[in-house]
Ligand binder design. Structure first.
Ligand code: ADP
Ligand code: MG
Length: 321
């Protein structure tokens, strides 16, 4: 079911409680699709990156090919700090061109404050996700291995807060614009100043449009789905029911709940009893999530590092309940 979902959607967000198996499941799914010929981009947006560990490769904010057979997997670990720096550098450079020297210190200080303002980190992460979505033309599938659920949901309580960030920049730009206008009154306008002015306006507006495009894509059920990974245990199941409801309220399609690390029935009494208990939690999921398909993934005995180990888990993502 999970694999079918990944064949039908271009963007898949994998969320769930920390430790439930998001990174492993994202990777296994990416591998399963690549093994059948798809070009896959795998993006870790969890600040606690572990994608590099799973693929046994050093990963960064630029694409590294981690699997290359009939299809391929490219991977990125997103670095929001780098995104913040890039964005503010562009704004700062342009502002410095517009402003007379005596106002440059104040403008730089304003940007430094904006950079560390609450929400700027999250906004940068979302901007990077938006950028990835925008540039995903060459991929058949993009899998986002997302941060633990509460965090992801906050991020998805979308555009107003993000626009807030952009707006504050636009507002500060307006203020500096009046400074600049006053300064120009003395110094006279140059072509260079108005070029820079237009560039800054375009930078900020492009960003706003990018956020708007992203929220459209995320809410588009033909393009995007969420998969919530859970363990068959009390807390994880309660949280999964909660997240699923909240995602659905946001208009997002929860295409699958993945019950990971199911205990085997045939490997001793302890695990068989455990499996029995898990079944109770799975029933609870079924009762509370009427329409969401459930995929079960077994506990694998290998250490999930490297392509060969991932293949085992990848072999199960096509299973149905
Ligand atoms: N199906 C599975 N069988 C066995 N171990 C698993 C399975 N899925 C995940 N793990 C292990 O569980 C731990 C947490 O998985 P991980 O994918 O890092 O979770 P998350 O990304 O949600 O924090 C890792 O040590 C991983 O190797
Ligand atoms: Mg992880």
């Amino acid at each position: 079911m999970l694999l079918t979902l990944a064949r039908r959607r271009k963007f898949l967000f994998v969320g769930g409680k920390g430790g439930s198996g998001k990174t492993s499941v994202s990777s296994a799914l990416a591998l399963a699709r690549a093994a059948e010929g798809a070009r896959v981009l795998l993006v870790s947006t969890d600040p606690a990156h572990s994608l590099g560990y799973v693929w046994d490769r050093k990963l960064t904010d630029t694409v590294v090919r981690v699997f290359d057979e009939s299809g391929s997997v490219d991977a990125i670990e997103v670095d929001p700090d780098a995104t913040i720096e890039r964005h503010f550098d562009a704004v700062r450079r342009t502002m410095l061109q517009i402003l007379p020297e005596r106002l440059q210190g104040a403008a730089t200080r304003h940007l430094d404050v904006a950079k560390t303002a609450p929400g700027s980190h999250e906004a940068a992460m979302l901007e990077r996700i938006a950028e990835v979505i925008e540039q995903a033309g060459n991929y058949d599938l993009v899998v986002f291995d997302t941060a633990p659920s509460g965090h992801t949901l906050r991020l998805l309580a979308l555009p107003e807060r993000l626009f807030g960030w952009t707006e504050s920049l636009l507002a500060s730009r307006k203020r500096s614009e009046s400074f600049a206008a006053a300064a120009r009154g003395i110094a006279g306008t140059t072509d260079e100043t108005s070029d820079a002015d237009g560039r800054l306006r375009r930078t900020l507006h492009a960003r706003r449009e990018r956020f708007a495009m992203m929220s459209t894509v995320i809410a588009d059920h033909s393009a995007t789905a969420f998969a919530v990974v859970t363990l068959a245990e009390n807390l994880s199941v309660a949280e999964t029911i909660d997240i699923t409801g909240r995602l659905q309220e946001l208009g997002i399609d929860v295409g699958s709940v993945v019950v990971n690390r199911r205990s085997p029935a045939d490997a001793g009494q302890v695990l068989a009893d455990q499996r029995q208990r898990e079944a109770g939690y799975i029933r609870r999921l079924v009762e509370n999530l009427d329409d969401v398909p459930i995929t079960e993934l077994p506990l694998v005995t290998k250490d999930l590092t490297g392509t060969e180990a991932l293949r085992e888990l990848a072999g199960h993502v096509g299973d149905c309940r």
